[in-house]
Structures are given as C-alpha cells and as structure tokens.
Design a binder for this molecule. Structure first.
Ligand code: AMP
Length: 478
C-alpha cells in the first residue's frame, strides 16, 4: 500500500515524498483513513513506529479546509514533554510545507510573548504540554471552544507524570462534538478510563513495539558490582570498543548524568549531557553538539531524552538499569533507527535483578549476558586516555583516579516502590493552586511512588513557551 492509497491530498503526498518516505508504516496505514473520516481513534503505539505522521498527516488535510479564528485554536495536541511537543511541531512544518496552517507551541521554559500573540491572531494547531496550557487557559489567553480535534499523545507517559487530571479538565473545556485521537504505548486502567470517558466509539489500532521486535538492536547485559567507580570503569572500556561511533548513555538520576559526563570528559571522551534540570537553551545547545558531531557521546536522563530522534546512534548504554521496563524499550530504541543496526548495553548490578526480569517479561526477549571487560570489581578506576591535539583518544595506561569514586550518587532503590531515602526526604509538593506559577518540578503532587521518584528526580517537562526550536532539523546520517 502506498501513501496515495490512503486518501491524502496531492499537496500532502508531495510533502511526504520530499520527506523521503516511500511507504506508510503499519500505524499510518491503519490510522490515516480513519482520521480523515473523522473517527475517534486509540493508537497503541510508541515512538519509532511513525505514529506522529499517523496523526499529523491527516490533520493537515482536515485542517486545510476551514478558517482560523482569533484566540480559538482549531486543534490541540497534548504532549507530555517539551521535546516531544517540539518534535511534533517540526513534523507539522515538514509535512505542512504546501499548506498554510498556523501553529503555536505552548511549552515551558521559553518566553511566551510570541506564542500569546500567535494565539490572539488565531492558530490552526496548538501543540502544548498540559500544565502550560492550563496556565494560559486560566489567564484567559485561550478559548478552547473552537477546538474540534484533540490529540492526546503518549498518554501513559502523561499518567506517569501526573498529567491525567489536567487532561480531564482540558477535555471538559473542549466542544463535546469533536474528534479525539489518543496514542499510548500501553493501556493501563487509568488510560482506558480516560478513553472510555472522552472518546466516542473509537477505532483501536495496535502496532508492535518497535524496540521489542527490532532485531536490528543487539542487546547485552554486563554484570557489575553496584560500586560507582567500577561501573564507570566498565563503561569506559565498552566505549573504547572500536565500533562505538555515537552513543547515548542513560542514567536514572540527574546527579548521575552530571557526574558521569564530568568523569567521561576528564577521561578524554567527547561527551555532553542533557537532563531535566537544564534550561531549554542549554538542552538545545547540548543536543546540537551531539547532533552536529561536536561530541559523540550524550549522557542523558529519561525525561530529557524522550522522543529525541537522532539517526545513526551506534550504541545505547544503560549506565543504570532503568526502573521501569517501558523506559528500557524507549531507551534502546534510540539506536537501530531507520533500518540501521545498533547495540544496547545495560550495566546490571545485583540489585537490578527484579527490573531486568520485568524488562525481559515485557519484551519477551532474554537478553544476552556478556562478560565484564573489567577483570574484577576491585579494578582501579581506569586511566584517562591521553588527548591528542585533535581531541582523539589514545590507548590508556594504568593510572588510578580516586577522585571519581566519591562523586557518584547512591545506587537505585531496590524496587520501584521503594524510593531512595534522599527523595523521600524531599519536601511535600505544595497544593495545586499555589503551584501554577512555580517552577515545573514542584508543579503537582505525586500520585504514586514511581511518579514521585520521577517528579522529584526529573520533573515533568512542561514549562516552555516560545519559538519552535530548530534543533530537530539536524540529523546524523547513519
Ligand atoms: P515517530 O514514531 O513518529 O517518532 O517516528 C519515528 C521516525 O520514523 C521519525 O524519524 C520519522 O521521521 C520516521 N518516519 C515516519 N513515517 C515514516 C515512513 N512512512 N517511512 C519512513 N520513515 C518514517
């Protein structure tokens, strides 16, 4: 089946061809005709399946007819993080080149002046994170009564981040007669309930998880002790393998991201970092350095890295085994994209056994265990490879580096339910009413331990408002 068979306009087909797509992905094949027919839709799919184009493409044609009205967006796309929101905006720009649709992006972290002006003039597509949208709505800057098409993207991630009450509230502000599309990688009961309440006779489409079925990704586990310096030593040895050209390294905590990046740089690696504590311009700058090839290693936290679409990442390293199996699927999916091959290493401490079992249950795949490249857990911290003038690394010589040892944060909690003491000790979030104008991380009370962990460690990314970033224009070709 080709894109031409899906009922899209010629203008759109040209844009799709220009994007280099030859045939629709399974979710696009199933979703596009339904969306064009005005049906509600539940898409059980995650990033990497082509799901963004599955709703953006038909939306462009649907919105191509009709007129914009001041203060009243005609469609609304809700995204859990600013990165995903920016990525969807970029998709609209790419696929909408032959249409004259106006768009606004409401996300935290950047000035909101231009976006408020755009809204006042009227926009066809409003892409927003729930917190920021409710903020502006509360101040009377938006009317949602003209919004007849709603997309709730990454609904399970919204649940993790505590956004479901906001989404329910937003749904009640929209006209009753509307088209609603909901995308989620999984359908936990609260999402099912949300869909039952706000969607009408939806068509449900389910496509395979790309990572769990992606045989292009070689997955490996390296058993390590929980000692931070041993983990860093093992990681460095793995990074020094010849075939590692570009790598994203995931850590569970922002502090670990920072410390690890510092340590890698000290050892002569060309690395950058991205995590939820950084302001948006710093995140974009770091991403740009990675995408431009100025650095070949990006140390990242889950929230900050979600949705990042960089082609040609040869390796993913889980410096910390993820707490949630979905995060594993998401993380390793940063490699092996677009038909390329990739390798994912996970450093696993004895305490991670339960998480690994959950991952293997979810993916239905037993991950290969490979020997640690470091002989014993007593190994000294590896020597820093010498830098040549051009920044290239040389073979290393033994040189104990004790200073790294103290820099690392404690190991992860034993299970998802047992949050680390450091995080439990954090002050309780303030009541919602007080929180609207406060920084994003403190924005909402946690609803369960896992969410508390997430909010306090890498809070919801919903506070950026401003020009559409162009960082997603860069790709590293495989
Ligand atoms: P998504 O699942 O929306 O995050 O998309 C994952 C990647 O697939 C993005 O880089 C898209 O540009 C790309 N993509 C989307 N649709 C197609 C298609 N039909 N053919 C090839 N690549 C696609």
């Amino acid at each position: 089946m080709s894109f031409a068979d899906l009922g899209l306009s010629d203008d759109l087909l040209r844009a799709v061809t220009d994007a280099g797509y030859t045939e629709p992905t399974p979710i696009q094949r199933q979703a596009i005709p339904s969306v064009l027919m005005g049906k509600d839709l539940i898409g059980i799919a995650q990033t990497g399946t082509g799901k963004t184009a599955a709703f953006v493409l038909p939306m462009i044609d649907v919105l191509g007819e009709g007129r914009t009205r001041a203060l009243m967006p005609r469609s609304l796309i809700l995204e859990p993080t600013r990165e995903l929101a920016a990525q969807v905006a970029e998709n609209f720009e790419k696929y909408g080149v032959n249409h004259k649709l106006s768009m606004a992006l409401l996300i935290g972290g950047v000035q909101m002046g231009d976006q408020v002006k755009a809204l006042e003039k009227g926009v066809d597509v409003l892409i927003a994170t729930p917190g920021r949208l409710m903020d502006l709505y509360g101040r009377g800057k938006i009317l949602l009564t003209g919004c007849s098409l709603l997309v709730i993207d990454e609904a399970d991630r919204m649940l993790d981040m505590g956004f479901i009450p906001d989404i329910e509230e937003i749904c009640t502000k929209l006209p009753k007669v509307r088209q609603t599309l909901l995308f989620s990688a999984t359908m936990p009961p609260p999402i099912k309930k949300l869909a039952d309440r706000f969607l009408t006779d939806p068509k449900t489409i389910e496509v395979a998880r790309p990572a769990s079925t992606n045989t292009n990704i070689t997955q490996r586990i390296v058993q390590v002790s929980a000692t931070a310096h041993v983990k860093r030593d093992v990681l460095r040895r793995l990074l020094q393998q010849d075939e590692v050209s570009t790598a994203i390294i995931f850590c569970n905590r922002k502090t670990t991201v920072r410390d690890l990046n510092k340590s890698l740089k000290k050892h002569g690696f060309r690395s950058a970092e991205i995590h939820g504590d950084m302001d948006q311009s710093a995140r974009i700058a770091e991403l740009d350095r990675f995408k431009n090839g100025d650095v070949n290693i990006l140390v990242a936290s889950d929230v900050a890295a979600r949705g990042i679409d960089v082609k040609g990442v040869s390796h993913v390293f889980n410096f910390d085994a993820p707490w949630h199996p979905d995060d594993y699927v998401h993380r390793i999916g940063r490699t092996g994209r677009g038909g390329a091959t990739g390798t994912a290493y996970t450093l696993v401490t004895p305490e991670d056994a339960e998480n690994i079992a959950e991952i293997e249950k979810l993916t239905g795949h037993k991950i290969e265990r490979v020997p640690s490249p470091v002989a014993t857990d007593d190994a000294e911290d590896a020597p820093a490879p010498k830098r040549t003038r051009g920044g290239k690394r040389e073979a290393k010589k033994p040189e104990p580096r004790r200073e790294d040892v103290a820099a690392e944060t404690p190991a992860k909690p034993k299970s998802r339910r047992a949050a680390p003491a450091r995080e439990e000790a954090a002050p309780a979030p303030a009541p919602r009413e007080e929180q609207r104008s406060r920084p994003v991380r403190d924005e909402r009370p946690a609803r369960d331990d896992r969410r508390r962990r997430r909010d306090q460690d890498d809070g919801p990314d919903d506070g950026w408002n401003g020009p559409i970033p162009d960082f997603l224009n860069y790709t590293i070709d495989a």
